[in-house]
Design a binder for this molecule. Structure first.
Ligand code: T4K
Length: 371
């Protein structure tokens, strides 16, 4: 609760003493950033947790994604989804690439591989799908399409930290996967992000891109920026990682209570994990179909009147953003499934500390909107 309100999420934080102990050595070393000891320790710990050989930390998920697109030296068109946070589309556009929007699957809101295939042409260089809310994309179909057309496959896995399918980590798919460690995520480093990748040589390249392109004191190899994670954020990550199992288990308890209460309401669609997928319960999305009798916006307002701050992730679609209006290819009518879901979706409060009594209260308000 915050001022009596229940917000859409609440950052998970370690016990204060644990964080103080973790940062105490920084007062000895005076080494605060530029890939210091905490940074190196967190990279190793995350490689182990995610089951990958290589990972590079970043100041945030967005800069990580921009850096990957730059370091892969991509040119031309990138097939992606409009059903995402601003970051995914902005990263593509800001790197001088042209997003081409494929529609999404109606069942789990990730990019539809059949639509991807139809959009590929000779200018296509990459596919950037998004694992939405912790639901995994159809990774097998996308891998097959990317391999057949010689395209790079870069996942926006901002929502997929800790998700596994048949025991395989979400971090293992594609040429690279970007994770967000923002304060609002299942695992946070206050602000932060990471990239996992397949080619071991990519690590050196990413480390240079995120540090002004510097190779050594006398050689600057790329026109890179500054996207390094500092030691205080890395220390927060080390603490939060110790509690990640408990974090996900507590989220699961909250998610299951929501699903139990909402799944049988006529016209309400919830999105439960698919067979074989171990979810991280990152977001609790509900879609209100016409049969429910009240619109998404009516439910949103009723919740607000009751002190519950739900959010409309992801509305509007990125191909409907004001900043892109009038640009060729930015037309929500071309992605009708995404447009349908975006106009009907609400993400309800979801965090480890959320009391089940509060979940019940939220579900009572939702149910009271049905006609
Ligand atoms: N790709 C995807 C698919 C993403 O969803 C995101 C980020 C990215 C890429 C980019 O990753 P980063 O560069 O951010 O690492 C939030 C987050 O800022 C953003 O990270 C996230 N997606 C997006 C879905 O949500 P806002 O503008 O909705 O956040 P805000 O400030 O309204 O906060 C939402 C709620 O979270 C608040 O009501 C309370 C709670 N909160 C917030 C903050 C800032 C806390 O409990 N603690 C906090 O420190 O964007």
């Amino acid at each position: 609760m915050s001022d009596g309100k229940i917000l859409v999420t609440r950052s998970s934080m370690p016990p204060l003493d644990e964080y103080v102990d973790e940062i105490a050595p920084l007062w000895e070393s005076h080494w605060l950033t530029n890939m210091g000891a905490k940074h190196r320790e967190l990279e190793s710990a995350l490689e182990e947790y995610l089951g990958v050989d290589d990972l590079a930390l970043f100041v945030n998920g967005h800069q990580a994604l921009e850096c990957v697109l730059e370091a892969m030296d991509l040119k031309g068109k990138v097939i992606t989804t409009p059903y995402t946070f601003a970051s995914t589309t902005h990263a593509i556009v800001r790197k001088g690439l042209t997003p081409v929007f494929a529609d999404i699957r109606p069942d789990n809101y990730t990019i539809d591989p059949a639509r991807v295939e139809e959009l590929i042409d000779e200018d296509t260089c990459a596919i950037v799908p998004v694992h939405v809310y912790g639901n995994l994309c159809d990774v097998d179909a996308l891998a097959e399409i990317a391999a057949r057309h010689g395209l790079k496959l870069i996942y926006d896995a901002a929502h997929a930290f800790g998700v596994r399918r048949n025991g395989v980590s979400a971090a293992a798919y594609g040429d690279a996967s970007m994770f967000s460690f923002h304060a609002t995520k299942v695992f946070n480093t206050i602000e932060g992000g990471a990239v996992c990748f397949r080619d071991p040589a990519f690590k050196t390249k990413l480390n240079r891109w995120k540090n002004f392109g510097i190779a050594d004191e006398e050689t600057v190899e790329y026109v890179g920026g500054n996207a390094k994670m500092n030691e205080f954020c890395a220390a927060m990550g080390l603490c939060n990682l110790r509690h990640i199992g408990e974090e996900i288990a507590r989220r699961r308890r909250v998610a299951e209570r929501y699903w139990e209460r909402l799944r049988d309401l006529p016209g309400v669609r919830v999105c439960e994990p698919e067979q074989g997928v171990e979810s991280n319960y990152a977001y609790l999305a509900v879609v209100f179909e016409d049969e429910f009798g009240a619109t998404r916006d009516e439910v949103f307002s009723r919740l607000g009147e009751n002190g519950v701050c739900a959010r409309k992730y992801f509305y509007p679609l990125t191909n409907d953003f004001a900043c892109y209006r009038g640009r060729t290819g930015f037309d929500p009518a071309e992605t009708p499934v995404a447009a349908h879901v975006a106009s009907r979706v609400l993400t309800l409060p979801m965090y480890a500390d959320l009391a089940l009594e509060d979940v019940d209260r939220i579900c009572d308000v939702v149910a009271s909107c049905a006609r």
